[in-house]
Design a protein around this ligand. Structure first.
Ligand code: LRH
Ligand code: MN
Length: 421
């Protein structure tokens, strides 16, 4: 891949230098040091979801593409390509049992690309073939103690696998809820969930964090045990210091002000991380920044405003790539999230505060939009070039023929049955 990167970069370097000089001059007039912003862009990193490297689907169908990854080792190869080209995805987030394998072998494969592992994800929203107790009516909140214990044990196993590969966090998303009013006692159901989470929390190593991920609905369609940020905050505050809230952008009703939820969770000291994606209706899991890039910018505006050494967040992507090459979608998404981070870094916060203090709503809003309107693409490209990445990851990837290459060795898979993976 390195030689392809060099030859493709060589074709684009003159245009990049011209574009970069232009944005440097424009930012200089605004009193902003573009070189410093470029160095900041290089500090950005977002984790790739292992489950996002395969073609995703819906309950209706899944249409696998060519060269579908067979296992975690193929997935890590694909994640290696994404990071080599973008230099923006140094970590991978695993999902157990989908990625269950020998930790030593996974570390070796990840090491080939300089990849690390971000938060682990447990799965008590599907029944595994050899499972004793079904999760049809819930998992950590099930009204059967043995089923709850089975779910707790699975989460503890995820922690153990994570420890063996250098992860230091566990994300717990459960689909538990109800489909009809009266089906469950919502108070007692939540109490059972909290008791299970206490057991998982108790098994956490000292330097680990536990993320609860809220979601408004699906697969439950009347009530969801961890339905909103308020519930997630209650969970994190009740469990203890190592418990934080994870915000999946797609888990809210349309038009919910997610950047304000971020601001509240930061104030409570309980923001732990993100699952970035985009959506128009429900949990559409579309490519980040492709539907509402201004919303993504406004989330990063809160993060940059609150930046401090003790605001240590896990930034992860969580998407389903149903009609695109997953590698291309993950690269585009990582770069769109990085773009929002860099644009939010252009906001002159003293000027903004001045307008806010003067209740000058128009200029306060304009100050944010000036940063959002700034084309930082040359800065992102120069940051990639200087860190060994591709100026244009998508075109370089297509030039590499990687997909055709893996398609020649990975068996063709049928699309039988729906489902997200
Ligand atoms: C639930 C969710 C959760 C994952 C799953 C793949 O919708 O966002 O984070 O476990 O997607
Ligand atoms: Mn998610």
């Amino acid at each position: 891949m390195k030689t392809i990167i060099e030859s493709e970069n060589a074709k684009r370097i003159d245009d990049l230098n011209a574009d970069y000089d232009a944005v440097c001059e424009q930012l200089d007039r605004r009193g902003i040091d573009a070189a410093a912003i470029k160095e900041r862009a290089k500090t950005f990193g977002v984790a790739v979801p292992s489950w996002g490297t395969g073609t995703g689907g819906t309950r209706f169908a899944r249409f696998p593409g060519k060269g579908e990854p067979r296992d975690i080792f193929d997935k890590l190869d694909d994640c290696g390509v994404i990071h080599t080209l973008t230099q923006a995805t140094p970590k991978v987030s695993l999902h157990i049992p989908w990625d269950k394998a020998d930790p030593k072998a996974m570390l070796e494969k990840a090491g080939e690309y300089g990849l690390g592992f971000d938060a682990m994800n447990s799965n008590t929203f599907q029944d595994q073939p050899d499972q004793e107790h079904s999760y049809k009516f819930g998992s950590l909140s099930h009204n059967d103690a043995a089923t709850r214990q089975q779910a707790v044990d699975h989460n503890i196993e995820c922690i153990e696998i994570g420890q063996a590969i250098g992860s230091n966090a566990l994300t717990v998303w459960i689909g538990d809820g109800s489909n009809f009013p009266g089906q469950t006692h919502m108070g007692r159901q939540f109490d059972r969930y909290m008791a299970s989470m206490q057991d998982i929390y108790g098994a956490l190593p000292d330097d680990w964090q536990l993320f609860s991920e809220h979601k408004m609905y699906e697969p439950a369609f009347y009530s969801t045990v961890v339905q909103d940020w308020g519930t997630s905050l209650m969970i994190a505050q009740e469990l203890g210091d190592k418990a934080k809230c994870l915000v999946d952008l797609g888990h809210h009703a349309p038009n919910v002000n997610i950047e304000m939820i971020v601001s509240r969770l930061i104030r409570a000291g309980k923001l732990g991380g993100f699952h970035f994606n985009d959506s128009k209706y429900g949990d559409d899991d579309l490519d980040s920044g492709t539907i509402d890039p201004y919303r993504m910018f406004l989330v990063w505006n809160e993060l940059v405003d609150a930046e401090s050494p003790d605001l240590n967040l896990s930034h992860m992507i969580d998407q389903s790539h149903n009609v695109t090459d997953p590698i291309e979608s993950l690269m585009i998404s990582a770069m769109e999230i990085q773009r929002a981070f860099v644009q939010a870094s252009l906001v002159d916060r003293d000027v903004l505060t001045g307008y806010q203090n003067d209740n000058d709503a128009l200029m306060a809003s304009a100050t944010l939009r000036q940063a959002f309107r700034t084309d930082v693409e040359p800065i992102l490209q120069m940051a990639r070039l200087e860190t060994g990445g591709a100026i244009d990851p998508i075109m370089t990837y297509r030039q590499s023929g990687y997909r055709a290459q893996v398609a020649s060795i990975r068996p063709k898979v049928s699309g039988a049955g729906g489902g997200i993976v």
